[in-house]
Design a binder for this molecule. Structure first.
Ligand code: GLN
Length: 304
């Protein structure tokens, strides 16, 4: 049997010695206040045994990781017609780039880059009576944890400086791929990105993606086909223009956020989350990627 605990302990030890910890995402001013020294890791296996090391219970802003959750909710609500408004191809571009959007007539490359997630936010705003409340309840329900909440200061902070997201939303609107007001859609989007969770809470939330759509209490949130599709999108698009590198080094589907979190999983085996706020130049957590590479190397587990 694999001794996950001793592997996580040694990963945490290596992380604490690391001098080059990457750079905090200061384009959202509220995130710039986070201490670069933080590192946490938490793993849950299919039998629901848990293992952790470092600051695995400290909450952080999950940012783009939330895009998988909004996609899941939207897919559950409107089904396959969602794919008429957003594609499923990796972009090879940074998460906030706009050039492809113009080239491809307002159809975002995939739902995990910003323009794609903004289209998904638009779908949720159209479908839900109280979008922010109902989306939060959806996430709390999957995680079976009603302490999960938005960090309103982070949402407000991003609203003040989210110029590129305003540009993306306006471009989508000009192509007819945004039905609601730009301000309303972005208010929802900034809130979803501000969801605050610990590594442990992230693995509870993402447990269903390694478990055929069933959460820890065995409730079904997604069909097997929907889960397979969302997992495929995480593998090919979950790390922006570093998705290839992540598959190459780590070999798991997953998703990162500029708050420094990464969640990844091996279907039918385990789900793991790391947090270290310093990012590499592609916007993915520097120590998080190193940690997960070490995990899959030492356990010899990966989807390949
Ligand atoms: N809220 C962030 C943004 O839209 C999310 C980006 C990310 O985590 N990559 O810029």
């Amino acid at each position: 049997m694999i001794d996950f605990q001793s592997i996580l302990t040694s990963i945490n030890k290596a992380a604490s010695k690391e001098k080059d910890r990457g750079k905090i995402a200061d384009y959202i001013p509220e995130l710039a206040k986070i201490d670069l020294e933080n590192f946490g890791i938490h793993l849950i296996d299919t039998q629901q045994n848990t293992y952790s090391a470092g600051n695995s219970d400290e909450k952080f802003s999950i940012q783009s990781i939330s895009k998988v959750l909004s996609l899941s909710m939207a897919l559950g609500l409107i089904g396959e017609k969602l794919w008429e408004r957003v594609d499923v191809e990796p972009s090879g571009d940074p998460f906030n780039h706009l050039s492809l959007l113009e080239l491809e007539n307002g159809i975002p490359r995939n739902p995990l880059i910003n323009p794609g997630a903004i289209v998904i936010a638009d779908i949720l705003v159209s479908q839900l009576e109280h979008p922010k409340e109902e989306f939060l309840a959806f996430v709390q329900n999957i995680a079976n944890d009603d302490t999960i909440a938005y960090d309103v200061d982070v949402a407000k902070s991003e609203k003040r400086t989210g110029f590129r997201n305003f540009a993306a939303a306006n471009l989508l609107k000009s192509y007819g791929n945004l039905n609601n007001d730009v301000d309303v859609v972005l208010d929802f989007y900034f809130h979803q990105c501000s969801l605050s969770m610990s590594c442990a809470q992230l693995t509870n939330t993402f447990y269903m993606f390694m478990n055929h759509g069933k959460c820890r209490r065995n409730n079904t949130f997604l069909t097997t086909t929907q889960v397979k599709r969302i997992n495929a999108i995480m593998l090919t698009c979950g790390f922006y223009d570093e998705a290839g590198e992540f598959a190459f080094e780590v070999g798991l589907p997953g998703k990162s956020g500029v708050g420094g979190g990464i969640v990844a999983f091996l279907p039918n085996k385990f789900c793991v989350a790391t947090w270290s706020p310093g990012l590499n130049p592609k916007g993915n957590s520097k120590l998080g990627m190193l940690a997960l590479e070490k995990l899959t190397t030492e356990t010899e587990l990966s989807i390949f």
